[in-house]
Write a protein that binds this ligand. Structure first.
Ligand code: SF4
Length: 684
């Protein structure tokens, strides 16, 4: 019975699993102990990933909408409809009336070809969900360090002697990361967790900092100021490898322990203890996730992390680095491939003439658009206003995952044309005019780049169901019908083009990658290069080669509790679900643990509001409402409630105010109120 080593379709940890295939059916999973990150471990999602493959809800044939209802169609009819609709809208309203949502679940080759299609049609309106999770990492870390990516491999955490975890619940969201942090703890590492919620990750902490939501800049600045006051900064590193300390020092003067404590709600002694532990350890890591990035100050939060790391010389060595944990299995790769509205493949700004010239030569076209396109949230705004009239959505589910989803639904319903390619008839696909059935990860070959920058090839293990096709074939066929290229290319052919379009992938050729069981870390500029597990060892990738301090000041969130909406609200993930839940909510093994929306409420708030564990409440914000089962829990601070965002309706509550630099919405902070709906069965 063949054992095919495919990649897990869920998170950015990028675990590989052995798929047992018999008579064209996936019959089980085996653990691959030689995988460098997973070492044979898989989390609950990875364990049941094969259940998706033969799920009865999979789409088998294209669907076209007629008289308000879907009917099955053949591929020629469906693709012709799509090509005709996109051509008509482009001709009547111009290329910027088109919008494209790429996919962090699709391969590098699929995302590359997808953004190429958008740009050859004349628009940079191509974006994807990296905008909703780690766009501030791309912007902030690029500015400070010259590369917007994680600096060290995950197993390198075992070398750290202090790990500062800010706004990340990796114990649930990237579970295999935990094993490396536990290993560091076994070797004596001191773990600090800053999070408004006492999560399973906080359970690992030697020092837990329950800071107020939206006060990360104040905490990180307060720690940096304490480092300076205590003489713990690494002045040799600062002199040799950084610039801009004087500007930072001026801003940090405002962050006494007392002021930091007043903003964050933390004891001054704990802030000082965290600062000392981070600065004094021989190798310290900062691990962060969406608790840091999903704010209107997301970029400032990332810059504050970089400032602290540079100040203490804690970057560019084993165990010393910055670890932004990317969400989906290929969100790093989709960003590398240029599926972002302002960036071409390889993070070249669309305004760069030189960058456009390189692609123009490769693509045989001179007139590539030079103005930044619309980001995810802006695309929906433009659709609401009639500026965007047709949209192509590859494997994303914005009806569940966008902020203020009431507006998203209205935007998509108002489009002249919407095509969705996906595995299932998702909440977004239900609004489409044409739905194209896509192959899942195990039914196609291609490369993925995990959160570490590790590029890995995943082979095709079995055939897709019915007439479903890989996204690469769908884009290839659509592009051919639109006159963009002569034939649909295969994955190896596209990766060969990526080798020329993205310098950091120059040496990651199909031949080399397919045989590399541990993958290859970018940057890997040529065939002789071994890849780069640790960034910034000798120089930063900035124009001067130095790391740059960017002073940032605390700014309060755009919305705060008031008399009408008296509670802070935040959202996040749980171990058994993934993002919009389009995969995980369909699997009974996972859904059984978390079948619907709940809201975690502190016992003091529950008592004050007269609500009990298990009863149903209506959670309302200025933008919408959702019903949720109450979970009375001391995991949240008094005055704060938490909801998992995997379920339809939760994001109806969230804010779409954007970070001005990275254009990520402020998911993590909103004001809300709870209203009783019904008591649990058997109670009054
Ligand atoms: Fe899959 Fe992530 Fe779980 Fe690994 S940790 S098995 S990549 S979901």
């Amino acid at each position: 019975m063949p054992l095919i080593p495919v990649l897990c379709p869920y998170c950015g940890a990028g675990c590989r699993l052995g798929l047992r295939v018999e008579d064209g059916q996936a019959v089980g999973v085996e653990y691959l102990t030689d995988h460098p990150v997973a070492q044979g471990a898989l989390c609950p999602k990875g364990n049941v990933a094969p259940e998706i493959i033969h799920h009865p809800d999979r789409l088998h044939r294209p669907l076209v909408r007629e008289n308000g209802r879907f009917r099955e169609a053949d591929w020629d009819e469906a693709l012709d409809r799509v090509a005709r609709a996109l051509s008509r809208v482009r001709q009547e309203h111009g290329p910027n009336a088109l919008g494209f949502l790429a996919s962090a679940k699709a391969t590098n080759e699929e995302n590359y070809l997808f953004q190429k299609m958008a740009r050859l049609l004349g628009t940079n309106n191509v974006d994807h969900c990296a905008r909703l999770c780690h766009a501030p990492s791309v912007v902030g870390l690029s500015r400070a360090l010259g590369s917007g990516a994680m600096t060290n491999p995950i197993p390198d955490l075992a070398e750290s002697r202090c790990i500062l975890i800010v706004g990340s619940n990796f114990a649930e969201n990237h579970p295999v990361v935990s094993r490396w942090v536990w290993e560091a703890k076994d070797r004596g590492a001191f773990v600090v967790v800053a999070d408004p919620r006492y999560t399973p990750t906080a359970h690992m902490a030697d020092l837990y900092l329950p800071l107020r939501s939206g006060t990360d800049v104040a905490l990180l600045n307060g720690m940096a100021a304490a480092v300076l006051r205590e003489g713990l900064a690494d002045y040799a590193f600062i002199a040799a490898r950084t610039e801009g300390l004087d500007e930072l020092r001026a801003v940090l003067e405002e962050y006494s322990l007392e002021r930091t404590a007043a903003i964050t709600g933390l004891p001054p002694g704990d802030i000082l203890r965290a600062a000392r532990a981070y600065a004094r350890s021989p190798a310290s890591a900062i691990v962060y996730c969406m608790g840091v990035t999903q704010h209107t100050v997301g970029t400032d939060n990332v810059l504050a992390c970089a400032n602290l790391a540079l100040l203490c010389g804690q970057v560019g060595r084993p165990g010393a680095g910055i670890f932004p944990l990317r969400g989906q299995n290929n969100v790093q790769g989709a960003s590398d491939m240029g599926a972002l509205a302002e960036l071409l493949p390889g993070y070249v700004p669309v305004a760069s003439e030189e960058g456009r010239r390189l692609l123009a030569r490769l693509w045989g076209r001179e007139d590539l658009p030079d103005a930044p396109g619309l980001s995810v949230v802006e695309l929906m705004e433009a659709a609401l206003e009639g500026r965007v009239r047709a949209m192509v959505v590859m494997g994303e589910n914005p009806v569940v995952s966008d902020p203020a989803t009431g507006d998203t639904v209205r935007a998509l319903e108002g489009l002249e044309f919407l095509v969705v390619q996906d595995l299932f008839l998702t909440e977004t696909a239900r609004l489409a005019h044409v739905v194209l059935p896509a192959a899942c990860w195990a039914e196609k070959a291609g490369s993925y780049t995990n959160t570490e920058r590790r590029v890995q090839w995943s082979p095709k293990a079995l055939e897709p169901p019915g007439e479903a096709r890989p996204d690469l074939d769908i884009i290839g066929e659509l592009g051919r019908r639109l006159g963009l290229w002569e034939r649909a290319p295969g994955p190896e052919e596209v990766l060969t083009e990526i080798n020329r379009a993205v310098p950091a992938y120059g040496g990651i050729t199909p031949r080399r990658l397919i045989g590399a069981s541990e993958g290859i870390f970018w940057p890997c500029p040529d065939l002789a290069h071994p890849g780069t597990p640790i960034l910034h060892r000798e120089r930063f990738n900035t124009p001067s080669g130095r790391g740059r301090f960017f002073p940032v000041a605390h700014r309060p969130p755009p919305e705060a509790p008031d008399a009408r909406f008296p509670l802070w609200m935040t959202t996040g993930r749980v171990v058994v679900h993934y993002n919009s839940g389009s995969l995980s909510r369909r699997l009974p093994e996972l859904a059984a643990y978390a079948p619907g929306v709940w809201v975690a409420v502190h016992p003091q708030d529950a008592e004050r509001l007269g609500i009990r564990d298990g009863e149903t409440v209506r959670v309302r914000s200025l933008r919408g409402e959702v019903e949720a089962r109450v979970q009375v829990s001391e995991q949240v601070r008094p005055g704060l409630v938490f909801l998992p965002f995997h379920f339809p309706g939760v994001n109806a509550l969230t804010l779409k105010e954007l970070d001005r630099d990275a254009r990520i919405p402020s998911y993590k902070v909103a004001a809300c109120t709870l209203e009783r709906v019904a008591a649990p069965a058997g109670e009054g």
